[in-house]
Write a protein that binds this ligand. Structure first.
Ligand code: SF4
Length: 331
């Protein structure tokens, strides 16, 4: 922790120390559980935070509250021009820099991202079947994504992980194939429960393949031992008894893990969110652009964290979907 930093504690005693930063709302994919095929209205450039503004918020979180890392998300972070420049600026803060990407162009920029200081990478891969991949992402890019995974492993990101959103009747028939892919590549696959953040409001609980079911279906093929204690990490993890490798599940809907949450988010247009499903936001962009001092901005961050709720309310009758879809919040 930086000298002089202190814990940023929310009303439930959770220490906030992980900042997720959405660097663009744009994407080169149109995943069905995230975006509509057509009609997305992109944020005007003037509304998007500059690298300097993003780095300033990150620096305040590191210096004042001892944040240990940031994760770059989107939309698709790799399509933001000169993204390696931002990675360098953040790495210079002496923190862990991670990214979540669809890897469509990663085969070209993995070395430069690594060189700039990117440490870890999560790659979205929801299907190994070319046709289904194209249906789910509305892009015929499976080969490029697989080449991106190879490049990520080759340049030494540590770790490289796979994120697979599982939707019943769409790709749950590939649970075993995706798990086997992770074993063969020696990288951890994390299965993500389908969340109500799609832009077309088609989410239904019946489409969610829950953690228990996923474990049971993988357990028909492999002996799995649960890895105890996850801390604030979103994934529960299991170890394959035969190889010692691990597989993860992010059970946001069926087994919420909000009790250990240490995450806050910064949207592409500078709104501070205390939860992925938050229905309110705090405008840091206006604060940055009106010349507020670090003290004043830090006070806004503290005030926002002071309103953080116990957790999402997906399973409650009063659940209200966020106004933004996933691509406008960031994973
Ligand atoms: S749903 Fe919100 S509170 Fe729960 S773990 Fe995710 S970000 Fe944290």
């Amino acid at each position: 922790m930086s000298e002089g930093a202190r814990d940023l504690v929310d009303p439930f005693g959770r220490v906030v120390r992980d900042l997720r930063i959405a660097v663009t709302d744009r994407c080169n994919f149109r995943c069905t559980y995230c975006m509509p095929e057509e009609g997305m209205v992109w944020m005007p450039r003037s509304e998007i935070l500059t690298f300097e503004e993003i780095s300033r918020i990150a620096r305040i979180c590191v210096e004042r509250y001892g944040f240990g890392g940031v994760r770059l998300t989107g939309g698709e972070p790799t399509i933001r021009a000169n993204i390696t420049e931002l990675v360098s600026q953040l790495a210079a803060l002496g923190i862990d820099v991670a990214m979540t990407t669809n890897a469509a162009t990663l085969r070209n920029i993995a070395p430069a991202l690594r060189e700039a200081g990117l440490d870890r990478i999560n790659i979205s891969l929801d299907s190994l079947d070319r046709d289904k991949f194209a249906r789910m992402t509305r892009r015929d890019e499976l080969d490029n994504v697989l080449a991106g995974i190879d490049a990520a492993i080759a340049v030494g990101f540590d770790p490289v992980k796979i994120n697979a959103v599982i939707e019943r009747g769409v790709n749950d028939d590939e649970l075993v194939d995706l798990a086997r892919f992770g074993r063969e590549q020696d990288i951890e696959v994390r299965f993500i429960e389908f969340m109500p953040l799609d832009a077309t409001d088609e989410w239904q609980k019946s489409k969610v393949v829950g953690q228990d079911e996923i474990v049971a279906r993988l357990g028909e093929v492999w002996d799995l031992e649960q890895v105890p204690a996850r801390g604030a990490a979103p994934a529960d993890r299991w170890r394959y008894a035969d190889t010692g490798q691990t597989v993860g599940i992010i059970p946001t809907v069926t087994k919420p893990f909000c009790g250990d949450c240490d995450r806050v988010r910064l949207t592409t247009d500078g709104q501070f969110r205390t939860c992925l499903f938050a229905t309110d936001e705090f405008d840091l962009r206006a604060a940055l652009r009106s010349g507020e001092t670090d003290d004043e901005i830090a006070a806004r961050i503290e005030a926002a964290v002071g309103t953080k709720w116990a957790g999402h309310q997906i399973n409650q009758v009063n659940f209200i979907r966020p106004k933004r879809n996933m691509s406008q919040i960031g994973g």
